[in-house]
Design a protein around this ligand. Structure first.
Ligand code: X8Z
Ligand code: ZN
Length: 671
């Protein structure tokens, strides 16, 4: 995403952050306008309209330097890039404070609605509200950059001497996705979480500093600032998320119950190491239990009914690329030549996956991505340095330099993440014609929902059409399989999407104290997700920092809202395309009517309240989960049957019991 808008992105996210996935807001163009110098004192007698025009110009001018610095510190982690990046943030945030200060003189004055909205959005630009005290601001930007870099560098080592092996997040995630060995899973899960403990001190100080910034801006705390970006009061937003969760909770509970039964069958008594009928954190196929798709082997309702094995097809594509690369190297196949061939094959596969995603967007009438996207995107993990692998999409200059940063592997998860990231990119391109302060999502949930709406259109029929799976079977079994595949991503995610900011809202407002950070984290995991750690997690750990968005300070409620909104968008695009059948079978691939409707929404950016944008797109101005329930109706009915007679639900207050024989202790270590 981006800061102001763009700030939402990664590090920028940390800095700015109320809108997209990554990149900061507006920067000057690469086509050569001379950036205006920032006025130390604003012109006298400036009107509010003139003020907003000036801020937009200045913002656009300074934006590319900020994004470039952040791109470097995310794709080339070292002390120098950290220094440059935190200094660029500091300059930007000091400027933001100056603009906010200057805007005060227009309070209560008559001005155009657009100008009033722009001034309101100005105050919401930063997910990391800057303290006015320059020393504190400098400290804040240093901590922010350091925390994200530390996450990117995180490494877990075991063994000594020649037997020493070190693994980073990608390797450990692969263990969680593929292994079904209890102890191996425990080791990988604990290993990654051990890398986060050292972030506690920085995070605690970070909270103090952004709260200071929020108070300087007139908010009670940083959480209140985050909740203020939704064209409603912070309390209303909070109540909205409760209401939406209430709509989908019964569906999640059914899925939880079903997954628990399958885990019991697979792991027997070992699953019982966690109390209260909760799901053990290391057994769900994902480091944070936010997507259970990797447990397909265990959770497929009707194995063999309709092939949905996208992973195997992508792996086969990689193998083919590897064979082609290997054919180019000398026949002795030296380790370094082989390693290069593997890297080249990975890159070729990642580009093919991106082309596939672009093809969906162009099929509905969106433009091809600019050449620079293909030249400047980081498609795969470089071998020679540390990078922040967490996927993000960047608007570098508000005028066409858009990029993605990923460490792509040939998996279904990464394939859908590419479609997700491209949604951000197309949003950027569509709203680039808006003034910089309006270059953001209608709300940040919209930004996260654009690509995911396309993912809902990746039906078995679409996957077959693009050659990734066999022709879909027409049976109830195949339908339930297809629904389960989607539910393991979209339904499993819902409570996770909610709990992260429930934790941060509490941290920011002081109801969760530093000495209680980890305990409160697991209490919320238990309450919302029904997930528990496999071994007790005392306050010597700092498990929240094992999730990217915490050290990167990216707000998370956006993903929860997106998980709901995407079904609303999907339904209205299916309607626009003229589709008449059951919602879950719709794909608007190749339908320009759907694309036109979508582009109209995207091009508004944040220029009007999101309720208006939603109404234009869907006919309703309320976020609503009924499309989620409509979509999953067949699965929900099936789950009810499967769970009949089972003890469903969980006891969030149950004390975690230690397993009888813990696996090897996971000592945190850096390579
Ligand atoms: O962070 C992301 C994207 C970038 S905006 C890859 N997502 C959340 C996550 O990974 O935790 C997408 C789904 C939720
Ligand atoms: Zn995103």
């Amino acid at each position: 995403m981006k800061p102001a808008r763009a700030l939402l992105t990664m590090s920028i996210v940390a800095v700015l952050g109320l809108s997209g996935c990554k990149a900061p807001p507006g920067a000057s163009t690469s086509t050569g306008t001379t950036p205006p110098t920032t006025a130390a004192t604003p012109p006298e007698n400036e009107t509010a309209d003139q003020f907003v025009k000036r801020v937009n110009d200045e913002y656009r001018a300074m934006y590319p330097e900020l994004t470039s610095a952040q791109w470097l510190s995310s794709t080339y982690i070292n002390d120098d890039s950290e220094l440059v990046s935190s200094k660029a943030n500091e300059r930007y945030l000091a400027q933001l404070n100056a603009w906010i200060e200057q805007s005060r003189k227009f309070e209560g004055q008559k001005m155009s609605p657009d100008t009033a909205r722009a001034i309101q959005l100005l105050k919401l630009q930063a997910a990391m509200p800057p303290p006015k005290n320059p020393k504190d601001l400098a400290e804040l930007t240093q901590i922010a950059t350091r925390m994200e870099g530390a996450y990117g560098k995180g490494t877990y080592c075991t063994g000594e001497g020649p037997a020493k092996t070190c693994r980073q997040l990608g390797d450990l995630e692969e263990v969680l996705a593929k292994s079904r060995d209890y102890d191996e899973l425990l080791d990988a899960w604990q290993g990654w979480h051990s890398t986060a403990s050292a972030q506690r001190k920085d995070y605690t100080r970070f909270v103090t500093l952004i709260n200071e910034g929020a108070r300087d801006m007139g908010y009670a705390d940083a959480g209140e600032l985050w909740r203020s970006g939704y064209d409603m009061t912070p309390a209303e937003l909070s109540a909205e998320t409760d209401r939406l969760w209430g709509q989908v909770k019964p569906l999640y509970e059914q899925l939880h119950c079903y997954a628990g039964t399958k885990l019991d069958a697979k792991y027997g008594a070992q699953r019982g190491h966690v109390a209260g009928h909760m799901l053990p954190a290391h057994l769900m196929g994902n480091m944070w239990q936010q997507d259970w798709g990797n447990l397909w082997d265990m959770l497929a309702p009707y194995p063999g009914a309709g092939s949905l094995d996208v992973n195997s097809s992508l792996q086969a594509q990689y193998d083919k690329n590897l064979a082609a690369e290997t054919a180019k190297i000398p026949s002795d196949h030296s380790p370094s030549a082989m390693s290069q061939a593997e890297q080249d094959a990975l890159l070729a596969t990642a580009k093919q996956m991106n082309e596939r995603a672009q093809d969906f967007y162009t099929s509905i009438g969106m433009p091809k991505l600019p050449e620079s996207y293909w030249e400047k995107t980081q498609f795969i993990k470089p071998r020679d340095r540390d990078v922040v692998c967490h996927a993000s999409a960047w608007d570098m200059n508000m005028s066409g330099d858009v990029r993605v940063k990923m460490c792509t592997k040939p998996t279904e998860e990464d394939f859908t993440t590419i479609y997700h990231e491209m949604g951000h990119v197309y949003y950027y391109l569509a709203y680039n014609k808006q003034p910089p302060l309006f270059q953001a999502g209608a709300n940040d949930g919209f930004h996260e929902a654009i690509g995911d709406t396309i993912v809902l259109s990746m039906t078995p029929a679409y996957l077959h059409q693009i050659g990734l799976v066999d022709a879909p079977a027409q049976s109830n079994e195949a339908l339930i399989n297809a629904q389960m595949r989607m539910a393991l991503a979209k339904v499993a995610f819902l409570p996770f999407g909610l709990m992260i900011d429930r934790w941060r809202w509490g941290v920011f407002d002081g109801s969760i104290k530093p000495e209680n950070y980890n305990t409160a984290w697991w209490q919320l995991k238990a309450k919302y997700q029904g997930v528990a750690p496999p071994t007790p997690r005392s306050e010597t750990f700092f498990d929240p920092a094992a999730k990217y968005h915490v050290p990167a300070n990216t707000p998370y409620t956006r993903y929860f809202l997106a998980d709901i909104l995407q079904f609303q968008f999907y339904k209205s695009l299916c309607d626009a395309s003229g589709y008449k059948g059951p919602l879950y079978e719709c794909s608007f691939y190749g339908n320009p009517e759907a694309g036109r409707r979508y582009l109209t929404m995207l091009s508004h950016g944040a220029s009007q309240p999101w309720q208006k944008t939603l109404k234009e797109m869907t006919g309703s101005e309320k976020m609503d989960a009924s499309a989620v329930l409509e979509y999953f109706a067949p699965l929900q009915q099936w789950l009810k049957q499967q769970n009949e007679g089972k003890t469903c639900g969980w006891e969030p207050n149950a004390v975690t019991s230690a397993p009888p024989a813990p696996a090897k202790p996971a000592a945190p270590a850096k390579a």
